[in-house]
Design a protein around this ligand. Structure first.
Ligand code: ARG
Length: 271
C-alpha cells in the first residue's frame, strides 16, 4: 500500500470512530447546562424553602442547587401547593419534589424517595398564655394501652393541608389523632398560624423548624414541650425514574461526605 493511501485510511478510520462517539454520546454524560432539573416545592416553609427578596431561598433550595451542579444541570424551581407535588412528580410534570417532605409508607406507594438528608419533628404551637402544657392535655384521658380515649371539647387543630401534620392529626384519637372534624386545613403553615392568633384553632401542628420560624416572626406564640412525631426528609422522584434517583443519591452522598449539606443546614439553623 502506498504511504499516502495508508495515512488516508487511518484518518478515515479515526473519523468513523470519533463520529460514532459523537453520535452515541460515548459513556460519559457530557456536562450540559441547558439540561434543566425541575424541582417542585412549596415555598412557604422556612428555613427549608421560602421567598426572600423575590428569590427562592432555604436549605432545600441550596441543596437542590448543589445537586443540579453535580449533575451538570440547571435547577428550575416550581412553587406549587404542597399537595400537588407528588402527583406532579408522578405524572412527569416535575423531575423531583423537595419540600421538607417526610418519607411515609403511603407516599412510597406513589413515588420513590432519595436517601434522607435531614430530619424533622412535628411540633405543637399554641398561644403563649395557653392553658395547655403538652399535646397530651388535648385528650380527655388514656385507655389501658395508654392511647388517647377521646379529644377534649372545643379542641381544634390547624395544619397545612396534605402535610404529615394534617395526616397524623386527622387520624382517630386512639391513634394519636384528633379526629377528622377537629382538624382545620390551611393552604400554608403561615395561614394556620394566623388562625391560631385569631382564636380559630387551639394549636398548630407543623414541623419544628418552620414552627420556630413562625414563633420568632409572631408575638404571643410558643411551642409546647414534647415531640408529636419524628420524621425523615427526602427528595421524591417518579417510580420509573430510577436513573435520576441514583444520580441524586450519588450527589447527596458526595455532598454529605464533603460537608456541604452540614454547612447549608448550619447556615439556616444556627446551633
Ligand atoms: N414534613 C411535612 C410533610 O412532609 C411538611 C412539609 C411541608 N413542606 C412545605 N414545603 N410546605 O408532610
Amino acid at each position: 500500500m502506498k504511504k499516502s493511501v495508508k495515512i488516508l485510511s487511518i484518518v478515515l478510520a479515526l473519523v468513523i470512530v470519533i463520529g460514532c462517539f459523537a453520535a452515541c454520546g460515548g459513556k460519559e454524560e457530557p456536562k450540559d447546562e441547558s439540561k434543566v432539573l425541575v424541582m417542585a416545592t412549596n415555598a412557604t416553609f422556612p428555613p427549608y424553602e421560602y421567598v426572600e427578596g423575590g428569590e427562592f431561598v432555604g436549605i432545600d433550595v441550596e441543596i437542590a442547587k448543589a445537586i443540579a451542579n453535580k449533575l451538570g444541570m440547571t435547577l428550575e424551581i416550581k412553587d406549587v401547593d404542597f399537595g400537588a407535588i407528588i402527583g406532579g412528580v408522578q405524572s412527569g410534570k416535575f423531575d423531583m419534589g423537595m419540600a421538607g417532605m417526610t418519607v411515609t409508607d403511603e407516599r412510597l406507594e406513589s413515588v420513590n424517595f432519595s436517601t434522607s438528608y435531614a430530619t424533622g419533628i412535628q411540633s405543637v404551637i399554641v398561644l403563649a398564655d395557653s392553658e395547655y402544657t403538652s399535646f397530651e392535655d388535648f385528650y380527655t384521658g388514656f385507655d389501658a394501652d395508654e392511647n388517647p380515649a377521646g379529644v377534649k371539647e372545643g379542641i381544634k387543630i390547624g395544619v397545612q393541608q396534605d402535610t404529615t401534620g394534617d395526616i397524623y392529626s386527622s387520624d382517630v384519637p386512639a391513634k394519636w389523632g384528633f379526629g377528622e372534624d377537629n382538624v382545620i386545613r390551611y393552604k400554608t403553615g403561615a395561614d394556620a398560624v394566623q388562625a391560631l392568633k385569631s382564636g380559630k384553632v387551639t394549636a398548630v401542628i407543623i414541623d419544628n423548624e418552620p414552627a420556630k420560624s413562625f414563633v420568632a416572626a409572631n408575638d404571643g406564640l410558643k411551642i409546647l414541650d414534647g415531640e408529636y412525631a419524628n420524621e425523615d426528609y427526602a427528595i421524591c422522584v417518579a417510580k420509573e425514574n430510577t436513573e435520576l434517583l441514583e444520580s441524586i443519591n450519588k450527589a447527596l452522598a458526595e455532598l454529605q461526605a464533603d460537608g456541604t449539606i452540614d454547612k447549608i443546614i448550619k447556615k439556616y439553623i444556627p446551633a
